[in-house]
Design a protein around this ligand. Structure first.
Ligand code: SAM
Length: 450
């Protein structure tokens, strides 16, 4: 199957994975299909219908439209289910129309279970790791986009990288890693059994994802297949603390092991230090190393608490990792809006720093508040940042200062924290192994050029 993540045409098609974008930070993954199957869709004459807070969307209205299109909610003929729900639906429909459902929170409450609604809308977007992360079924804590973007950058994940991930969890990081390492080959081909000599399997990117929880492993494997990523991601059911990262080509004979030849590693495990003995240059018990001999290897471990960081670093040192660094990524969303600051309140005082008249001060205060309110109402808080005056010192008489706009200065407030699984990220690098033979070969190569 072609990957929904990499090989989409200009319009949506039957059987493709799509992301229904409901509003900022809320989207819903759906496999587009007009063939209604299963109890979930029972009673809909239109075939498969996705019900959202903003109304009902028969897939027949979503298929065959350009990606990015806005889809209006439809009135849905619900058959027997409709008859059951009709009494309540009538009232809900009235609520929805009253509210002119415009995808805001007040409309949400009324449309929550609505079977009939025709005023809401969604946008149909191509799936990306980012939309998948915000909408995936959570089976564990997941790594969110701000973290995995930074991690993938620091561990040098790029087309052709061979990346080990443990554990797979809910597959959030797995999707982003698959995109980072993918280098354009037909993604559903089994690269390990590649026979075409024109292809170079050595140069292909691959994610080796390990998970010891059987259900989670099966689910990730299933998702990779559904999303057409099974040629890029190889999911293994494994306790990596005990059994390490070598690949069993035949799971029934675990003695036959091959190396993933990884050059990037991401460990999101409760005890990463227990996995590190399996990530060394020296082979264990005569088995090959799981690492790529011909390149440096970059690692990141995800550690929720500082005690885990300490134990991880001790183990990294023991196993020769260098350039060890701990980073905490703090995500904040800054809300810029028009308002007044405490300095502007200062400006309401008289020239001597004292209010000359209480009534006069209050009247000025109300005027400033009213202007700020009006500005926010009319401009939704957006304005020309460049015009904001710089306040040099507190004693400056702000009454004399020209305000940039009617309604006060631009101020910023930090919104509630972004949804992330906050953690400490420990990074390190294991240099490539360098033998005497490598040195002789390098010198011989160099001497040809001088
Ligand atoms: N990074 C994942 C994501 O973005 O969706 C979330 C990983 S979750 C926090 C940690 C996972 O590690 C769990 O699913 C757990 O079952 C798995 N795990 C814990 N110990 C393990 C082990 N020894 N071997 C393999 N997987 C393990």
């Amino acid at each position: 199957m072609a990957s929904s993540f990499f090989s989409l045409g200009p319009v949506t098609k039957e059987s493709e994975l799509a992301s229904l974008h409901l509003r900022r930070d809320a989207s819903m993954p759906v496999i587009l299909s007009t063939k209604a199957e299963g109890a979930e869709h029972e009673g809909y004459a239109e075939g498969v219908v996705t019900n959202t807070r903003f109304g009902s969307f028969p897939h027949s209205t979503i298929i065959g439209v350009p990606w990015g299109s806005q889809i209006r909610a439809s009135k849905v003929d619900t058959g027997s289910r409709g008859r059951r729900d009709r009494g309540n639906a009538k009232k809900r429909k009235a609520d929805v129309l009253d509210d002119k459902a415009t995808n805001d929170d007040s409309a949400l409450a009324n449309t929550k279970d609505a079977v009939v609604a025709s005023t809401g809308f969604v946008h149909v977007l191509p799936p990306t790791p980012e939309t998948w992360t915000t909408s995936l079924p959570h089976r564990t804590q997941v790594v969110y986009t701000p973290d995995y973007s930074y991690i993938l950058h620091r561990i040098r994940a790029r087309p052709g990288t061979r990346l080990i991930e443990a554990g797979s969890g809910s597959g959030s990081f797995t999707h982003a890693a698959a995109r980072a390492v993918f280098n354009g080959y037909p993604p559903s081909q089994d690269i390990e059994n590649q026979t075409n000599p024109a292809e170079n399997p050595e140069a292909r990117g691959k994610v080796f994802s390990f998970e010891f929880h059987e259900e989670r492993h099966k689910k990730v494997q299933e998702e990779m297949l559904q999303h057409g990523l099974d040629g890029i991601v190889r999911a293994s059911h494994r306790d990596v603390y005990r059994d390490g990262f070598l690949l069993h080509n035949d799971e029934s004979d675990v003695k036959i092991k091959t190396s993933p030849r990884a050059n990037a590693i991401f460990l999101d495990l409760p005890a990463p230090w227990e996995a590190l003995p399996h990530l060394t240059r020296q082979a264990q018990d005569g088995t090959p190393s799981a690492l790529d001999e011909s390149s440096p290897v970059y690692i990141c471990t995800f550690n929720p608490c500082i005690e885990q960081v300490q134990r991880t670093i001790t183990a990294l040192r023991k196993f020769d990792w260098l350039e060890i660094e701990t980073v905490e990524v703090q995500h904040k969303r800054i809300d810029i809006r028009r308002g007044y600051t405490s300095l502007q309140y200062e400006g309401l005082r008289g020239v001597n720093g004292l209010a000359t008249d209480v009534d006069e001060a209050l009247a000025r205060l109300r005027k400033v508040e009213e202007k700020a309110k009006n500005f926010n109402r009319s401009k939704s808080g957006q304005g020309r940042v460049a015009d904001t005056p710089v306040v040099k010192n507190q004693s400056q008489n702000l009454q004399q200062q020209t305000l940039p706009f009617d309604g006060g200065k631009l101020v910023h407030r930090t919104q509630a924290d972004l949804k992330t699984h906050t953690s400490y990220l420990v990074f390190a690098v294991l240099p490539r192994s360098w033998s005497e033979d490598d040195e002789i070969a390098a010198q011989a190569k160099w001497s040809k050029h001088v």
